[in-house]
Design a protein around this ligand. Structure first.
Ligand code: FPP
Length: 233
């Protein structure tokens, strides 16, 4: 890590259900294990001095899953947001939720806003959790905000540029991901950070998210560094 230029890792945490099925346990236990892994990974990324970690926890499409499964994920989120907040306080981590908070249950929305406010000045890892997130919807949202500025006469159309769009995404003020990891063997990006990952490296791993470990973070950084050395030659 010391000699690496990597600052931002983004992860599509995929395969919780297949892992549960493979182990003959309930789907909700797959998600529980996934949440435990996420906690370890976030702590580790902070420890090694990574600047940003962004994870895809729940897409706008995920509402289509059964009521039981969505309910189980919401319950887990409630528990883990509290745990992440405690860790963030202790370890100087800044938490941000990427996504449409209006669409999540009231009690969870309140927790999300509270933890963003309480950790906003923390200077360690910036830990973004994409929840009720869709990348195209994020760009539509930015377009509406900017259109309103034009309509209100606050800016001219010609002032609209790439920076202005970036500044109106959920990731405003942050650097783009250097590396995107997706677990479970699927090789798609599934509407995750389409604007922000234009220049990112991608790594697709043949293991389910609950099997992911901090060693995989080390290996991913090594792979990223090797690609960069090759690029430099
Ligand atoms: C992807 O596996 C996982 C999800 C859509 C749910 C994500 C939830 C977690 C990783 C827990 C951590 C997040 C919280 C709540 C703090 P999948 O269910 O799509 O698995 P599959 O591809 O095998 O169907």
């Amino acid at each position: 890590m010391e000699n690496s230029e990597i600052k931002h890792i983004a992860i599509i945490m995929d395969g919780n259900r297949r892992w549960a099925k493979q182990n003959n346990i309930e789907t909700s236990l797959g998600h529980k294990k996934g949440a435990e892994v996420l906690e370890e990974v976030a702590k580790y990324c902070n420890k090694i001095g990574l600047k940003y970690l962004t994870v895809y926890a729940f897409s706008t499409e995920n509402w289509k899953r059964t009521k039981e499964e969505v309910g189980a994920i919401m319950k887990l989120l409630e528990i883990y947001l509290d745990r992440f907040l405690k860790t963030a306080d202790l370890e100087n981590i800044k938490l941000r939720i990427l996504g449409d908070k209006e669409g999540v249950p009231e009690n969870i929305r309140k927790k999300m806003l509270q933890m963003e406010e309480r950790t906003k000045d923390n200077t360690g890892l910036k830990f973004n959790i994409a929840f009720n997130y869709g990348g195209r919807a994020e760009i539509v949202r930015a377009t509406k905000i900017i259109s309103k500025l034009v309509l209100d006469g606050k800016i001219e159309i010609d002032e609209i540029d790439e920076d202005m769009i970036s500044d109106n995404l959920y990731t405003y003020g942050e650097e783009d991901p250097d590396l995107v990891i997706r677990t479970s063997g699927e090789c798609r990006t599934s509407n995750f950070l389409p604007w922000q990952t234009t220049y990112s490296e991608f790594l697709f791993l043949n293991k389910y998210w609950p099997e992911f470990t901090t060693d995989d973070i080390d290996k991913a950084i090594e792979e990223y560094n090797n690609r960069h050395i090759r690029k430099g030659k």
